[in-house]
Ligand binder design. Structure first.
Ligand SMILES: [Cu+2]
Length: 172
């Protein structure tokens, strides 16, 4: 191997591999690249997403909650687009994770889930990282690290005027 080629490979390893993504496992549960969008000025809420969130194991499970030091409360939200194309948010008690399932959890999924951080202790800025503990009914809990990023594509739903409607009181 020439020195030049060695240097090129070394640079590629240094700049391309780390820091593009991160992922976590708990048994058969896979949590790929937890990320949050930066909080808007004055906002007290922010949303956490996952690039991929799935159950690759043989046992059904459910995500039943989460907690983080950066917010007072974390709730599970599902957005459901209505006929007018507006995403309505619903609070869900859990995310079902039957064996083999990988529910939509990206910010671009119009009908996906996200974790809503409520009453933030501090604003979330691009480049921040914070810990989040996910609680599963069977597998127990796992700590993940959430990266705060400005996504290239906007979120499928807007959190600046976020209402937390229970599913039973959805507007027609
Ligand atoms: Cu939400």
């Amino acid at each position: 191997m020439t020195l030049w080629r060695f240097v090129l490979l070394w640079c590629a390893a240094l700049f391309s591999v780390p820091s593009l993504a991160h992922d976590f496992r708990l048994g058969g549960l896979r949590i790929d690249h937890p990320y949050a969008t930066p909080s808007e000025a004055g906002a007290t809420a922010a949303a956490v997403y996952f690039r991929r969130f799935g159950n690759t194991g043989p046992t059904d499970d459910r995500l039943i909650g989460a907690s983080t030091p950066v917010a007072e409360r974390v709730v599970i939200h599902q957005s459901v687009p209505n006929a007018a194309g507006l995403a309505l948010m619903y609070v869900e008690p859990a995310v079902e994770l039957p064996a083999g399932a990988s529910p939509a959890f990206r910010h671009t999924d119009p009908d996906g889930y996200h974790l809503m951080l409520q009453r933030l202790n501090r604003p979330l800025q691009v480049g921040d990282r914070f810990s989040l503990t996910l609680h599963f009914e069977r597998a127990g809990s796992v700590d993940v690290v959430v990266w705060v990023q400005q996504p290239r594509r906007p979120a499928a739903h807007d959190h600046s005027s976020h209402s937390h409607s229970p599913r039973s009181s959805s507007t027609p």
